[in-house]
Design a protein. Structure first.
Ligand code: FEO
Length: 173
């Protein structure tokens, strides 16, 4: 049994994961409109990953006998200037997610909720990987520029990303 305060915080993160999915779906659409089909593919895979994260929070709350409370999802930004801005904002967004996951882990410790603290470790590792991947793409874009041959090559690389549902050891959620 977890505290009401913890359930409320987990529900807030469930909403933020859904918002993240929305942000990346908007970026996928915007990339497509810019003619960057590889970028569009990458963001669409990211959208699917965020839905999976949201689903994990949903299942965890229910498994802990908590109440799922779905709130309104904020409207995402619709247009981005160029490919660099897309990844610059993605990195900022992922750093915000990491901050929120750390706050959840701190709250779990405050509440002496070691079960939730342990469950959150998967997200901590996931965030480290996401930040590193996004920073890598952002650095390449900085180097190659947002137009021309460099962009063409990065677009081709991002076209190869495929959604694979992450494995979650020892958990159904
Ligand atoms: Fe669910 Fe990209 O953080």
């Amino acid at each position: 049994m977890i505290s009401k305060k913890m359930v409320k915080a987990l529900n807030k993160q469930l909403n933020f994961e859904l918002y993240s999915a929305y942000v990346y779906l908007a970026m996928a659409a915007n990339s497509n409109t810019m003619g960057l089909k590889g970028f569009s593919n990458w963001f669409h895979v990211q959208f699917q990953e965020e839905l999976f994260h949201a689903d994990r929070f949903y299942n965890y709350i229910l498994d802990q006998d908590g109440e799922v409370e779905l709130e309104q999802i904020e409207k995402p930004k619709k247009e981005y200037k160029d490919a660099y801005e897309l990844f610059d904002e993605t990195l900022t967004h992922e750093r915000e997610v990491t901050k929120r996951i750390y706050e959840l882990a701190s709250l779990a410790l405050e509440e002496k909720d070691h079960g939730t603290h342990s469950w959150l470790q998967w997200f901590i590792t996931e965030q480290q990987e996401e930040e590193a991947n996004v920073k890598d793409i952002k650095d390449k874009l900085k180097l190659a520029g947002s137009t021309g041959q460099g962009l063409f090559m990065i677009n081709a690389e991002l076209a190869t990303r495929v959604y694979v549902q992450p494995t979650v050891p020892g958990s159904q959620a």
